[in-house]
Design a protein around this ligand. Structure first.
Ligand code: GLY
Ligand code: MN
Ligand code: MN
Length: 448
């Protein structure tokens, strides 16, 4: 495998943005530190067939380098260059088989490395870079084999200590600094994320137009494959295309059942562009018209989503949208007789969890469930401009639900949008796909 096809030529950020990130991280690390980040390994699917290659998000965030077998090293204040890349060497024969490589020359010329070396030389070069540094910023536990190599390099310097060399005496978790940086999206990142969301929204529209009873779930999934690839995108995660009872399985990905007249179809699918994810869910009737019970529950979820989105603004905390969604859903379930009791008590006891068992959202960015702490010092994080999150309430009532009237069975609904916190509120970047009952029915009837 050559370089990642997840990285489209026109979907990269400017080199200056990667340089700014590296400078910011190095400033926070301090001059007596070093950071080491390997990219993701290639992974086998079966025998000698690989999964499509996707770089590690942290590595890519700091380098924009799309090839496997690469390691980024940041050495603040180093005279002969602070940003080093180890990568595969050019090799005409291998490139004929597995595709183009930048080589160390390309790492310098095209990716802004101050210096670059063949990956095969890393054992000889890295211990020397560790010498005299006090702290090693590194993410332990993700790649155990690489962890052992890093420890081995440090130990080599320690053993040489008798000869007067100084070894680092502290390992620091890199992710605290880096993941906090990743939580705040720049203007360039937001442009990419808007594009990813727009492409995903167009694919959802296509799916609504294509849907009809008798098709298989995977035939609808194929609409996403076409629309995503036509824009150079990958799926940001395995798409969920679940009709009827399958819509009540939160992580349903088989997508291989026939679509039945009278059922709802829940689709959770997002495009990844330039290693940035979108994450959209829509639920609509297979035959284009909501039944009365479907409509009732759908409008309840939509009201919950709107209430939650209204809570996305600077100064509110992470859990405010969830609290708002829970309140609307619980009140609605109570009015419909699906829950019984007193509103405040049902909320306190989390009685809604029988029908709404997940949370209302997550950070969104290079990873679909993006990095960044949800709590700081034990308190919910305060929302700030540049943060991006999903808002995705739902209700799920599988067949056979005890004490629940049959008319509600097999209704699984989720409505999910991608939302940027702005200076004075929020921006919903996945709006290009309808979500009111009237809009959806009009689109599916071909009246739009
Ligand atoms: N698609 C995964 C999620 O909505 O969180
Ligand atoms: Mn989501
Ligand atoms: Mn989703």
């Amino acid at each position: 495998m050559s370089r990642s096809r997840a990285v489209q030529p026109d979907a990269g950020l400017k080199p200056a943005e990667y340089a700014r990130r590296r400078r910011q991280l190095m400033r926070m690390m301090g001059r007596d530190a070093i950071a080491i980040l390997p990219t993701a390994p290639e992974r086998l699917r079966n025998r000698d067939v690989e999964y499509p290659y996707r770089p590690d998000s942290d590595f890519f965030y700091l380098s924009g380098f799309p090839e496997p077998e690469a390691v980024l090293v940041l050495v603040p204040g180093r005279k002969h260059g602070e940003f080093l890349l180890f990568c595969r060497e050019r090799d005409a024969d291998k490139e004929t088989w597995t595709g183009r490589r930048a080589g160390p020359e390309g790492a310098v010329a095209d990716y802004g490395a101050d210096d670059a070396f063949p990956i095969g030389d890393i054992d000889d070069i890295l211990p020397g870079l560790l010498e005299g540094r006090e702290r090693v910023f590194y993410t332990m536990g993700v790649q155990p084999e690489f962890d052992a190599r890093v420890i081995g390099w440090v130990n080599r310097i320690r053993e040489a200590g008798r000869a007067g060399q100084r070894a680092p005496d502290e390992f620091v978790a890199l992710e605290h600094l880096l993941h906090d940086m990743r939580l705040y999206k720049s203007a360039g990142e937001l442009r990419l994320m808007r594009r990813a969301a727009r492409i995903a929204a167009a694919a959802h529209v296509r799916a609504m137009r294509a849907c009809r009873p008798g098709l298989m779930e995977y035939e609808i999934e194929a609409e996403f494959a076409h629309e995503f690839r036509r824009h150079g995108c990958e799926h940001a995660y395995s798409p969920i295309v679940g009709g009827g009872e399958n819509g009540c399985i939160l992580h349903y990905t088989e997508n291989n059942a026939p679509l039945q007249d009278g059922d709802l179809l829940l689709i959770d699918a997002g495009a990844e562009l330039g290693c940035y994810a979108s994450d959209i869910t829509r639920t609509f009737p297979v035959n284009g018209v909501f039944s009365k019970p479907q409509r009732t529950l759908y409008e309840l979820v939509l009201a919950a989503q709107r209430a939650a989105i209204r809570k996305v603004r600077p100064g509110n905390h992470w859990n405010d949208p969830h609290d708002a969604a829970v309140r609307v859903l619980t009140r609605g379930l109570l009015e419909l007789g699906l829950l019984k009791g007193q509103l405040s008590r049902l909320i306190r006891d989390e009685a809604y969890r029988r029908f709404y068992m997940h949370r209302t959202g997550h950070w969104l960015g290079m990873d679909v469930h993006d990095v960044g702490d949800y709590k700081v010092g034990g308190a919910w994080r305060v929302l700030e401009p540049g943060m991006v999150l999903t808002v995705e309430p739902g209700l799920y009532i599988p067949a056979g639900s005890k004490g629940v009237a049959k008319k509600w069975w097999n209704i699984g609904i989720r409505i999910e949008d991608d939302v940027v916190v702005t200076r004075d509120g929020c921006e919903v970047i996945s709006e290009g796909v309808p979500k009111t009952v009237d809009e959806i029915e009009a689109l599916m009837a071909g009246d739009d």
